[in-house]
Ligand binder design. Sequence first.
Ligand SMILES: Nc1ncnc2c1ncn2[C@@H]1O[C@H](COP(=O)(O)OP(=O)(O)OP(=O)(O)O)[C@@H](O)[C@H]1O
Length: 901
Amino acid sequence: MSVTYHIFFLVDLGAGYHIVMERESHCDLGKICAIIESHIPDAILESSIGAELSFILPKEHAHRFEALFNDLEMKKEELGIANFGASITTMEEVFLKVNKLADSETEIQATQSSLSISQREQNKNKSRSMFRNYEGSVIPRLNEIANIKFNTGVSIFTKREMDLSQYGQTIVPYSISGNSVLALNLIKNLKIFLKLKNQELREVQGNVIKYIKESKEYRDFSLTAFSIEVEKNNTVFTILFNNEAYHSAATSLAVFDNVLFMLLSGPNASIKVSNKPQPLPHYGSNIVPTNGSQVVLCLAFGLAVVIGSFCLQTVTERATKAKHIQFVSGVYLLTYWLSALLWDLIYFFITCCFLLGVFMYCGMDAFVTDFHFLDTVMIFMLYGWSVVPLMYLGSLLFSSSTAAYIKLTLFNYFSTVFSIVIHIIMKFYDDDTTHFTRTLMNNVLMVLPSYNFAMSISKFFDDYEVKKLCAEQFQNIYVDCSDSFKKNNVYSFGERGIANFLISSAALGLIFLLLLFCLESTFWNLKNFVFHKIVFNVCKICMNDKKATDSIQVIKEYGDKDVIDERKRVQKLLPRLMAAPLLCNELTKIYYKCPVVKAVRNISLLVPKYECFGLLGLNGAGKTTIFKMLTGEEITTSGVVLIDGINITENIRKIRSRIGYCPQSDPMLSHMTGREVLIMYARLRGVPEPDIGMYVETFLCSMHMETHADKLVHTYSGGNKRKLNTAIALMGKSSVVFLDEPSTGMDPVARRQMWDTVTWICNSGKAIVISSHSMEECEAFCTRLAIMVKGKFKCLGSPRHLKNKFGNIYTLTAKINIDDNEDKLEEFKNFIETNFPGNIINQDHQGIIGYYIPSKGICWGKVFHIMEEAKTLFNLVDYFISQITLEQIFLTFANIDKVKK
Ligand SMILES: Nc1ncnc2c1ncn2[C@@H]1O[C@H](COP(=O)(O)OP(=O)(O)OP(=O)(O)O)[C@@H](O)[C@H]1O
């Protein structure tokens, strides 16, 4: 740091003039001094060396200078003066004197600022006269304020004055031991100086350091402290500074300089000290990072946020089943992931272009100038290539897109930061770590795309900066500009090359993609093997669960003749019915949770072409689970599912293109319009391009969706979403269509239109399996149906068959006034028991009794006759008799199940 002392005089404050004379051989010094003294009594003979004679004239006598100079001019020859001149006293001269004094009598140490002034006792008088000399003549003439600047040459960095008062009022403790004139004078000036600066000077007894240590007040409010020790001839002056304040050292020293200067130049003298920081190296902008690691750290979070977002779509599509529906509609695994990758890389490329703009704006030449933007784009795109498939792999772990986004963003951010930190640590302990350790760490970390990216960007930037500095003004000063740095090829494999990181990124992208395809394609088989073969059998043994999964046992327990017949039919005709659209034999699903959930148990079913099969059941009966198994969304625990003769566990990919599926939730690609969605699925289903428009229009009309066709799907009402999903499921040339509660939320008009469409599709030769809670719906278009209770078929057959089978029942509801006689209720029950053998009581509550009465052999008239008789006998309030409805059949099974519970 260069320092200039900017010095000036204040006339009133009395620094002086030099009058310098060149004397001749006959010069009379006495006469000269007398003339000068006659005009200026305070004049001092400064020096008389050789032919030169010098006097100091105090400034306050300036008004007498004219007379003096005239006098000297006149008597020049007489006095032996060849010529003379005057000059103002410079600050340099003052400091030379101060230093001279300090050299001989003072010792100033840099850190402790210790001044030692030697005073020889025998020279005491001489010294005193010298001091008096200075005090009396020189110092009063040097009443000046010195302004000290630390010059940096650039004015944008503002100076800061090293003034104690900038810290407010502080306490300045001092201690003094011993006695000397110098010490007393210093203290006197210190008092004057601190009073001017509004600081509090406090004398403490003993060791000032001890005081500061023990007193909180001094620790908190004291910035500088002084200790003066007089030992024989030495006066040791120690300045202590509080190193918590940034500028306290310089400020403390400035206080001491001021005091010293006052001692020499009088109480009005002062020195102003201010700093002037040197500007930062100018690399085009003051805000650019200065090394590659900083660049990476600046980029880390932004990139992590962008890259984390690549998992959003994949997780959402998987969670909402949109991905499943796309696969079901015929999308190939490869097509799905490669199109996602392509789209994400385009998006990432746009981000890179934006970043290049930022680099350009910030003046980060390393990434933009001289076609370096091409290198930058290559590094970024290789990073994208390697990290995006990793995000896809990571997304498979999550079922919520928000959780996936947050966790993967954090993973990206911290893996980049840790990569850089580890790199810096390894560089720092370069000498301590063995080559093997470094290579190992490097190779291990290279499996992280963030590490490869961080290293590539960091080394690329550093390489450019070093070359640039070496080519410019900094050559050989701040950086190593040896040939190995200057001629380094950044794309080499060496220590300063990035080739290995780029190759690693390229390879990682490929590996992650292959891993993704492997996982996605073999996951089904793997899951099937693990659960179907291992877990199921192990659990069966461990839980002694044979009874629960043994079909004979289950059927004996809850079986219905039609259900048993269907099972026999499936088993008997299995080899011949291979080509049926849907065939399942002993289909079972157990969720191995705690507790274990047996969702579907031993379902055997055959759905031929042109059949619309209805699944009825209470909530949680297992309908959706059946659909999930039949569409390959869930693996089966046991049993066989054949679609068009293809076993689902063996060839799920082939099966997917043969089914249509409308899941219970709405898997929507919400950023498209309804028409666009239908066009997309029509294409996926293989509808010829020229026919697509017409084909889509037909479905839009049949689902009554024309008015909403061109609206974005996310603006659709619940009912319209169901319509769209049903249409998607019915499209194409699939063999079997699964509709899980398609009419939920549809208005009655739309529902009837949907029934028509389903019937039309069914008549075209497809098999349809539909679940519903509406008996009316099932009666309307199901050719057969089954009622499910707790994962099992309770009854199975066409609606007419079921009605006939279970409709040979009258439902009887009677109300008795039990307030009259409580025994009457029991008597009435006995009466019904006698007259309607085989009845089942289904309700008995506050005098209201309900019965199912077998209608076989009992005609309507007889029933009414008996009931009229009962009305008189038991004083019935009222009674109703009716034939059972499909809904009542359903409720019967549900209630029987509840009763059994
Ligand atoms: N992932 C799962 N883990 C554990 N149990 C499950 C799982 N999915 C479903 N179940 C259970 O399996 C049983 C059948 O559920 P499922 O969704 O198939 O019923 P559902 O007949 O479709 O009901 P709803 O009419 O309400 O749609 C329920 O007891 C349910 O709690």
